[in-house]
Design a protein around this ligand. Structure first.
Ligand SMILES: [Zn+2]
Length: 458
């Protein structure tokens, strides 16, 4: 039985505003628990929440970047459930009309983007007790709900990398998964009929791209086995324990949350001022960067890696002008891995020095092999001057006699050239390069080879 997976992602992203969603407590990272709190974000009765305008602008900016429809009027609702990290007994979120509808990212439909508030953070101790930190409670949160348009773990990862990249480029969230600033719930269903969705299973709170991909792979397999053996997939919420998914609870239905309009907050208006501010935040998107790099001669697989990484892209655009393709290659294949292994950041490298290597290479100071070696040693701390001094000399010899000799010894290849097979030039260049052990400039060799062969045509 052939089965078709359909995967939807629900992503929560914490917004990098100055203050919280409904009060003026500061948003930040704190050493101590419960220092950035007030009666509003502690959920005391009788307080009045006031929406953070900046968070609204951020939500609209993301909506515009993802080509969504911005709701000029949307509404806040109370989603009722009790949990220790939510002493109010409800979360303020959006329901009937979200702030953004009908957006899209890399061909995956985005049903809605809700503006809502974070809960407090619970800390489970070894003795079974639970501590609560309300510094996080009330931080503005975007809930980005995709359509079940994703077909594989790889596609899911691609979507998440892109989403993380977009919010970082917009400057609305750092979206570090390991810090919980971006969290993912996954919906997986499989169906024997590609036009129909199977029973949906939700996997909660995945905190790395790898966990998302592994959980999807496992769940598609598990549901497939259930269906193939004639069973029925249960509609439930499961959790990922690093190896498999396990049942958590039967899924709440919407009516369990008893949504009703938040009576303390008037309808949320997106006026011209908010729209203009959000438009002002729009920057070049990673897929646009990728195309621009490709247009400059960078191979697609390298262009994509750089364009979707804010920090890499920033560094790259500061150093790429001399030779975009060569620079992309050295950046990804020689520099980044070495910096990572040494636990150094991108900022912790002499990029101006790097540009001097590329410039020197372009002027013919050394071979490409040595360029790679020199850049690697430069990352390791050796100076440009020393590396330039110890470069093997590119030999300034007259290669013409050697070329003529090889041509004379290769009548078959010469014949091919005369018949228009220009590809044999490579054969001659290779012979010469081998003889000089790569110490001559291949472009110069090619030029001489072509000159000698052309001379035979008359
Ligand atoms: Zn507060």
């Amino acid at each position: 039985m052939r089965l078709y997976p359909a995967i939807g992602l629900e992503v929560h992203v914490e917004l990098k505003t100055r203050t919280k969603m409904f009060c003026s407590c500061p948003v930040g990272e704190w050493e101590e628990a419960n220092v950035a709190v007030c009666p509003v974000c502690m959920g005391h009765p009788g307080v009045l929440p006031v929406p953070n305008r900046r968070a609204v602008v951020f939500a609209v900016a993301l909506g515009l970047a993802l080509k969504g429809k911005i709701s000029r009027v949307s509404h806040f609702y109370r989603k009722n459930y009790f949990y220790p990290d939510l002493p109010k007994g409800y979360q303020i979120t959006q329901y009937s009309v979200p702030i953004v509808e009908g957006a899209e990212l890399l061909g995956v439909g985005i049903n809605r983007i809700n503006l809502e508030e974070e809960t407090a953070k619970s800390l489970h101790l070894a003795d079974g007790s639970v501590l609560l930190d309300f510094n996080r409670a009330g931080i503005p949160l975007l809930e980005i709900v995709s359509e079940p348009d994703i077909r594989s773990p790889e596609e899911a990862k691609r979507y998440l990398v892109a989403l993380q990249s977009v919010v970082r480029f917009l400057g609305i969230s750092e979206a570090h998964m390991e810090k919980g600033q971006m969290r993912v719930d996954v919906n997986v269903s499989v169906s024997p009929n590609p036009g129909e969705l199977g029973t949906k299973v939700e996997i909660k709170n995945l905190n790395s791209f790898k966990a998302v991909a592994d959980a999807i792979r496992y769940e598609v397999e598990r549901q497939g086995e259930v269906l193939r053996s004639g069973g029925e997939v249960a509609h439930e919420t499961r959790m990922w324990n690093g190896k498999r998914t396990e049942p958590m609870r039967t899924k709440e239905t919407e009516s369990d949350y008893r949504y009703f309009p938040e009576p303390d907050i008037p309808p949320l208006l997106v006026d011209e001022g908010v729209l203009n501010e959000a438009e002002g935040m729009l920057v070049e998107m990673p897929w646009e960067k990728e195309e621009r790099y490709i247009g400059a001669g960078v191979p697609r697989h390298l262009a994509g890696v750089i364009a979707y990484d804010r920090d890499l892209a920033e560094v790259y655009e500061g150093i790429w002008d001399i030779d975009p393709k060569l620079t992309a290659n050295l950046l990804l294949n020689v520099i980044v891995g070495r910096l990572n292994r040494a636990k150094r950041s991108l900022r912790d490298y002499d990029w101006e020095g790097f540009k001097r290597f590329v410039a020197a290479f372009k002027e013919g100071a050394f071979s490409k092999d040595y360029l790679k070696e020199a850049v690697a040693r430069h990352v390791g701390g050796e100076s440009f001057e020393d590396l330039l001094k110890s470069a093997p000399r590119v030999e300034r010899v007259d290669i013409r006699p050697l070329v003529e000799e090889i041509v004379k010894r290769s009548p078959k290849e010469v014949e091919k050239y005369k018949k228009g097979q220009k590809g044999v030039v490579g054969f001659f260049v290779g012979q010469v390069m081998r003889r000089y052990r790569g110490k001559v400039d291949p472009r110069e060799v090619k030029r001489v080879v072509e000159e000698v062969l052309e001379g035979l045509l008359d």
